[in-house]
Design a protein around this ligand. Structure first.
Ligand code: ADP
Ligand code: MG
Length: 255
């Protein structure tokens, strides 16, 4: 693959590799209907640069909230998040916006803009920003990298679910992220298409070393990742690291 998917090489946010992430005593509460819900409850964990981690747990266990906190979509109530030495929880204003641009997000339901072509959806990720690359040229490269060369002019409605998720992944790669956060990326896809999207994510991780956190409740997705953590009621209850080569071998059938 010739496309340059490498993370950004310079700037205040670090060098050309996946991000190192360290979360310490992280907590987030929500108030809903008069009662308080602790979505993330004192979580401490770290992720090595280039690791591919499945974040598992039942619905409501805090997976999405953890991703939103790490990506600074939501603000923690307490605790800290360190990404390559940057204290994310202390960022404000322009520094916070700059941090967010170093993180790629992929969602379950793609979140593409229906009136824009695949190419324009990908360009949209960086449209407001000054970049050191040609936006449309890079968008074409990213679409090719996810296997969608030739579909640049298609509207989301003309693409299958798997193709739409590939567009969303290309969009997430536009800003040369060092961290990719994927929230149930295969959850809206049939199992074969979901497996193809997962293979794409595994390949991007293996070839380009960006750190990936993938929230999923699908066992077969978690089985393909180097590391699996499980949360329950916002707490870490399991942390399994597999052999380095295990992510590329077929999962062992369950008894
Ligand atoms: P998961 O992704 O594992 O299904 P979430 O992180 O979405 O879990 O949610 C964890 C808990 O926090 C759930 O009880 C959920 O209802 C609650 N929650 C998440 N986001 C909000 C919100 N914006 N307002 C109120 N409660 C929320
Ligand atoms: Mg969720």
């Amino acid at each position: 693959m010739s496309a340059d998917l490498r993370p950004a090489h310079s700037g205040a946010m670090g060098g050309g590799r996946g991000a190192a992430v360290a979360v310490t005593a992280l907590a987030k509460r929500f108030v809903a209907g008069g009662s308080q819900i602790t979505a993330v409850d004192g979580l401490t964990i770290s992720f090595e640069p280039g690791s591919m981690v499945a974040v598992t747990g039942a619905s409501g266990s805090g997976k999405s909230t953890l991703l939103h906190l790490v990506g600074a979509i939501e603000r923690a109530d307490s605790g800290s998040i360190d990404v390559d030495g940057v204290q994310v929880t202390e960022l404000r204003g322009k520094a916070l916006a700059a941090y967010r641009r170093t993180v790629g997000f992929v969602f379950q339901r793609f979140h593409l803009l229906p009136a824009l072509t695949a190419l324009d959806n990908v360009v949209a990720a960086v449209l407001p920003y000054k970049t050191d690359f040609d936006k449309r040229a890079r968008a074409r490269e990213m679409l090719a990298a996810v296997g969608l060369a030739g579909r640049e002019s298609s509207l989301p409605g003309q693409l299958s679910g798997g193709q739409q998720q590939r567009v969303a992944i290309a969009r997430a790669l536009m800003g040369r992220p060092r961290l990719l956060l994927a929230d149930e990326p295969t959850g809206a896809l049939d199992s074969r298409t979901g497996a193809e999207v997962l293979e794409l994510l595994l390949r991007l991780n293996a070839d380009h070393g960006l750190t990936m956190l993938i929230a999923t409740h699908e066992r077969h997705v978690a089985d393909r990742c180097q590391r699996m953590i499980r949360v329950a009621d916002g707490r870490l209850v399991e942390d399994v690291v597999r052999r380095a080569d295990a992510a590329h071998s077929a999962p062992i059938a369950q008894a």
